[in-house]
Design a protein around this ligand. Structure first.
Ligand SMILES: *[C@@H]1O[C@H](CO)[C@@H](O)[C@H](O)[C@H]1NC(C)=O
Length: 144
């Protein structure tokens, strides 16, 4: 092998390793992955079917989904939490006392805490996607 090929291979290996290590892709959950996460993170078992349906209809299980609303506010992440009321950009704020940035990364711990608060205060009816696709449906826990 000539030197150039060796260098190219070396470079490609480093890039690949970095990509794998830092997981730069936005995370899209599988139905089972999401179910397991919710079950292991304090979501009420009797509501899991509703949460799965909500996440599927609101964000297609995509942790980085951003939807611009008619009033120019943005709904963010897996649970499509709105930046007008529940968080602040760059500094923790809103009713969840959190940074909006944390709702579009692939760590859904903050998202989960805030989503539970939204549901407690406003009910599932607050989410248009839930009203459209989940209201008055039979929503069992998906078998995994
Ligand atoms: C997830 O959402 C992000 C941001 O909207 C988008 O760039 C990406 O393509 C989506 N991924 C999938 C698999 O739909």
């Amino acid at each position: 092998m000539d030197m150039r090929k060796v260098q190219m291979t070396f470079f490609a290996t480093i890039v690949l390793t970095l990509l794998l290590a830092y997981d730069v892709e936005p995370l899209v959950f599988t139905k089972c992955g999401l179910t397991r996460y919710l079950l292991n993170n304090g979501f009420d078992r009797s509501l899991i079917g509703n949460w799965i349906c909500l996440v599927e209809s609101e964000s297609s299980k995509n942790t980085s989904r951003i939807t611009e609303k008619a009033d120019r506010s943005k709904s963010l992440g897996l649970f499509q939490i709105n930046d007008k009321l529940w968080c602040k950009w760059k500094t923790p704020g809103g009713r969840c006392e959190m940074k909006c940035e944390t709702f579009i990364d692939d760590d859904i711990q903050d998202d989960s805490m805030c989503a539970k608060k939204v549901q407690k205060e406003m009910g599932f009816r607050y989410w248009e996607g839930w009203m459209r696709s989940c209201y008055r449906r039979h929503l069992p826990i998906p078998p995994c």
